[in-house]
Design a protein around this ligand. Structure first.
Ligand SMILES: *Cc1c(COP(=O)(O)O)cnc(C)c1O
Length: 358
């Protein structure tokens, strides 16, 4: 008998491709929807000083009691709703798979969509059902309702706005999906800070609606902190599969500090929304570039057929890292995605793109 990983690693794990994150080196990093801005020096000093009080020898508070009320206020979680924290929303997606998954259970999402929905469904042994968006990336509500009838999914993810397309789905279509589904519908609002629309105030209106948020795209991607909000009856069950110390002491203390300075993040995200408008306008004015409208802090754009890889490589060679969607066919064929950065970074990207197309 061989003692090989092929013999023991579950076939569904062997079948998936590892999530690849490129090394940015010294490149201008516009590939991962991070906020490019740091904190004012005084704020950084006060934060560092506050960390002196953090007892690294103790386990974290599993209920994150100091952090919860600040997060609740910052994210406008309705008073009567529960809240569950994750090590990034990625971990929440994994908790949902653990709590609702198993033999014969399905996860459904619109495609193209966030890759973690598919990946976590696959490695947790669930069936993944990806329903194509319409050609303009709007929600194909009829197709979603038909897929619900066929698969009766345990979990449906609706990213609002969607990644990588950047658009907000039609609210009435989403409502029809929530009403029709027997299972849980999770509205993923990772880009809420840039969107201006939310299902958070509608929690409680439907038995099966939960809203997921994260502090990552707001400007705290390094902390790894996401949250799931909704009726307590759901959250107290899902909380059973949460590892008790999933939010470490440095994250709890730093997030609590940061959320007391929401004005700083509001100012930063306001500039990024303005920059997004400028970037979209500049991209639209370029010959051979078709950008899609965006309610997030990134823009998806299409280049001439067969040119995406060369354009991506040329931009990288000029010192700017964006995201290559790596699709030779299908809805994302010839598409690249750029995160909105500082005005200087956006200028560097635009001039590299112009050079790549010349
Ligand atoms: C970035 C992103 C997330 C992941 O957020 P983390 O909290 O950093 O894990 C979740 N959903 C969507 C749609 C995203 O684009």
């Amino acid at each position: 008998m061989t003692k090989s990983p092929q013999q023991w690693i579950r076939p569904e794990v062997q079948a998936i491709q590892a999530y690849h994150v490129p090394d940015p080196g010294n490149l201008i990093k516009l590939d991962a929807m991070e906020n490019p801005y740091g904190w004012p020096a005084e704020m950084q000093d006060v934060w560092l000083e506050s960390l002196r009080q953090v007892p690294l020898n103790r386990y974290p508070d599993p209920a994150a009691r100091a952090l919860q009320p600040l997060l609740r206020a910052a994210m406008d979680v309705p008073e009567e709703m529960g809240m569950l924290l994750g090590n990034g929303s990625d971990e929440i997606i994994q908790m949902l798979a653990l709590a609702l998954g198993g033999e014969g259970r399905s996860v459904m999402a619109a495609e193209p969509g966030f890759v973690m929905y598919r990946m976590i469904a696959q490695f947790s042994g669930m069936h993944y059902c990806g329903v194509p968006l319409a050609e303009d990336f709007s929600l194909d509500t009829e197709a979603m309702l038909a897929a619900i009838a066929e698969h009766d999914p345990a979990i449906i993810y609706l990213a609002y706005p969607n990644n990588p397309t950047g658009n907000l789905f039609d609210e009435a279509g989403m409502e029809a999906i929530i009403r029709t589904a027997n299972g849980l519908v999770v509205v993923d609002e990772a880009y809420h800070a840039f969107a201006g629309k939310s299902f958070m105030p509608r929690l409680g209106e439907f038995d099966n609606l939960l809203v997921m948020r994260t502090v990552s795209k707001l400007g705290l991607a390094g902390l790894r902190l996401g949250l799931l909000a909704g009726p307590m009856a759901w959250l107290e069950q899902i909380d059973k599969v949460r590892l008790p110390y999933n939010i470490n002491v440095l994250t709890q203390a730093s997030a609590a500090f940061a959320l007391q300075h929401m004005d700083v993040f509001e100012q930063q995200t306001r500039s990024l929304r303005e920059e997004r408008g400028q970037l979209l306008q500049d991209l639209a004015a370029m010959e051979g570039v078709s950008p899609y409208p965006s309610a997030a802090n990134f823009i998806l754009f299409r280049v001439a057929p067969g040119r995406a890889n060369a354009v991506f490589e040329s931009i990288r060679a000029q010192g700017v890292l964006i995201k290559n969607m790596k699709a030779s066919e299908g809805p994302l064929a010839d598409c690249l995605r750029v995160t909105v950065g500082t005005p200087e970074q956006n200028e560097a990207f635009l001039s590299a793109l112009a050079q790549a197309l010349a």
